[in-house]
Design a protein around this ligand. Structure first.
Ligand code: AHR
Length: 613
């Protein structure tokens, strides 16, 4: 491998190159990054149809002690469903209640993770004609083993009353549930029951361990809130930003019909922008352009949708006294968010109304916000786009060999005009299973090709980011979690070896003609912000099953190359199909060793199926 560090051939890599893509898929947000512990907090999973779907809420008691139903009596106009609990038993009467009383419990998202010493904020709305005497508890999954209890008493709650309780856990159980019980005959209505840990990132509602996994990747951008999630199978189930802002109690929630689950939309448009800010990442907002999987808005009727998006941009960027900027300010963020990128739809190129709708959104957004970069869904890597755009979206999901060989895909892309945003890449299928070393190496090879073509590629992100292991809707994913555990797949760890590339200098590097075509390599120099020193990083993927001794020859760094102290990082494993797991979370993860001697001409041993850096 010849590395030439002399100035002329070096190129600056975009600061934005390797970021992340968050989609509400696999309970990434609802039951994941968003720390809300109650699932279906408004009892309306499935909408305001009667009878409403209350699962996973379940009844404590039997037919002779309690009747649980729903009606439309909520005090919240946009989510009218309330839970009606008719307590038939009474500890003061003949029909004695079962031990502890009757009522309902919520097991959260496959168990609530309650941790000893931590505090949890419980909020719910309640109404009853009779005085209320409720016992509230966090318990183990079978209702035994109480971790926190309290009593809520209200002499008069004949109008809807908000109750706020702080619960401190006296024990730990990752499979806990929340119980609301009574032993007094009468009817009680409940609505909007929320249980949030106080200990979230910056108090912003993000589960700390999952947030940390993202922060560690140092992403320069975050694309959100999804791909298909934004489109919806049906337009009425698409993500609508306005339905996800303001007080959480008033948000209607919606059914994400592509990934098949309800979300209360606690993680809404504001929280996504806040997440980007907390990560130090630029937000990239993908919005619905009037097109879903099964239906489309005709371009002649698209203007209200365009107006809605302009208002969403004003919400993000408008002055705090503007109409929508003031709503943002009222949510605690008077400063505008740094929104500089939007994508008009997801995977909609080729659909009949895309060209017309696209142009309407494009011209309205450009006129109102000329600096915002607009991403088209149409692939401009093979031929120039026939419409204006700042970036074009490119998705690649395929076998390991195809993804690896696609490292050269952008060699032939147009060198002028819109740049590429590879907003979704991953090896899928049998090569990847739930996340193999093989997949990660193929993706690493692809990303080396992305680095080399970063004059025409501005951004790239793996997909999907998260999966709650209890409800896989798509595999593989970068980060796997349950209520209390988390690990990164090899593809997650592979991305760590690319995070220094953002804003780095790409050096010219050439593999000798006789080197096996299962090798791919790149070289960068980058400045470490901590010590302000400049470092050289060479990455090589050996995608073959034999050990290779690679001779590396470096020119142009003669005066600055230090002969010792360099670090060699290897991502490999004994079997190329190895995966990580909760029991062995770092089986396939980068291992660092010291390089004893560095010189301008050296041999480096590359293990079979490895990424060496
Ligand atoms: O990443 C999963 C899905 O793949 C995305 O929602 C969609 O854009 C693509 O088809």
């Amino acid at each position: 491998l010849f590395v030439n560090a002399s100035g002329a051939s070096a190129k600056k890599i975009p600061d934005t190159l390797f970021g992340i893509f968050f989609e509400e898929i696999n309970h990434a947000g609802s039951g994941g990054l968003w720390a809300e512990l109650v699932r279906n907090r408004g009892f309306e999973s499935g909408g305001s149809f009667m009878p409403s779907i209350i699962e996973p809420w379940a009844i404590i008691g039997n037919d002779s002690s309690v009747i649980v139903s729903t009606d439309l009596s909520s005090c919240f106009d946009r989510n009218k469903v309330a839970l009606r609990v008719e307590v038939l038993c009474d500890n003061g009467g003949a029909n004695i209640c079962p031990d502890g009383g009757v009522g309902v419990y919520n097991p959260g998202f496959w168990g609530m993770n309650i941790e000893q010493g931590k505090r949890y904020k419980l909020v719910f709305y309640v109404r009853s004609e009779e005085p209320i005497n409720l016992s509230v508890a966090l318990t183990g999954s079978n209702g035994l083993n109480k971790l926190a209890t309290t009593t809520v008493v209200a002499a008069n709650a004949s109008d809807w009353t908000k109750v706020l309780v702080l619960l401190e856990a006296e024990g730990t159980d990752s499979n806990s549930r929340l119980e609301l019980r009574s032993t007094t005959k009468g009817v009680i209505w409940f609505d909007q029951v929320s249980l949030m840990p106080l200990d979230t990132y910056n108090g912003h509602g993000f589960r700390k361990d999952l947030f940390g996994m993202l922060k560690d990747l140092k992403p320069p951008f975050i694309r959100f809130p999804g791909g298909c999630f934004v489109e919806g199978a049906d337009l009425r189930n698409a993500f609508r930003w306005k339905e996800t802002i303001g007080p959480w109690e008033e948000r209607p929630g919606h059914y994400g019909d592509v990934w098949g689950y309800w979300t209360d939309d606690g993680l809404g448009h504001f929280e996504f922008l806040q997440l980007a800010e907390d990560l130090g990442a630029l937000p990239v907002w993908v919005f619905n352009n009037g097109i879903s999987h099964n239906n489309q808005v005709d371009t002649s009727s698209i203007l209200p949708f365009v107006q809605d998006i302009l208002e969403g941009l004003e919400f993000a960027r408008g002055a705090p006294n503007s109409r929508w900027g003031s709503v943002r300010a009222s949510m605690g963020h008077p400063e505008p968010f740094d929104l500089r990128y939007v994508a008009i739809g997801n995977e909609d190129c080729g659909k009949p109304h895309y060209p017309g709708n696209y142009l309407k959104f494009y011209s309205a957004v450009k006129e109102a916000y000329p600096d915002i970069k607009i991403i088209s869904n149409c692939d401009g890597s093979s031929k120039a786009l026939d419409h204006p755009a700042d970036l074009y979206d490119f998705h690649i999901y395929s076998s390991a060999s195809f993804v690896f060989s696609s490292a050269s895909h952008f060699n032939g892309a147009p060198r002028s005009g819109p740049k590429a945003f590879i907003s979704e890449y991953a090896v899928t299928g049998g090569d990847a299973r739930d996340g193999t070393l093989l997949a990660a190496l193929a993706e690493a090879g692809f990303l080396i090709g992305v680095e080399k073509n970063s004059d025409v590629i501005e951004m790239a992100s793996y997909a999907p980011l998260f999966v709650n292991n209890n409800d896989r809707r798509w595999t593989p994913d970068a980060i796997v979690f349950t209520s209390s555990q988390v690990y990164g797949t090899p593809s997650y760890w592979m991305q760590h070896l690319f995070k220094e590339s953002n804003g780095a200098t790409l050096l010219s590097s050439t593999l000798q003609a006789n080197t096996s075509n299962s090798l791919i390599a790149s070289a960068i120099t980058w400045r470490n912000e901590t010590d302000n020193n400049e470092y050289l990083r060479i990455k090589v993927v050996n995608f073959g099953n034999s050990t290779v001794t690679l001779n590396i020859s470096i020119s142009g760094l003669e005066n600055s190359l230090q002969s010792s102290g360099a670090i060699k990082t290897i991502l490999t494993s004994s079997n190329v199909m190895d995966e990580n797991s909760f029991t062995d979370p770092k089986k396939v993860s980068p291992v660092k060793t010291m390089l004893t001697k560095v010189s301008k001409n050296m041999d480096v041993v590359l293990l079979p199926y490895s990424l060496t850096s």
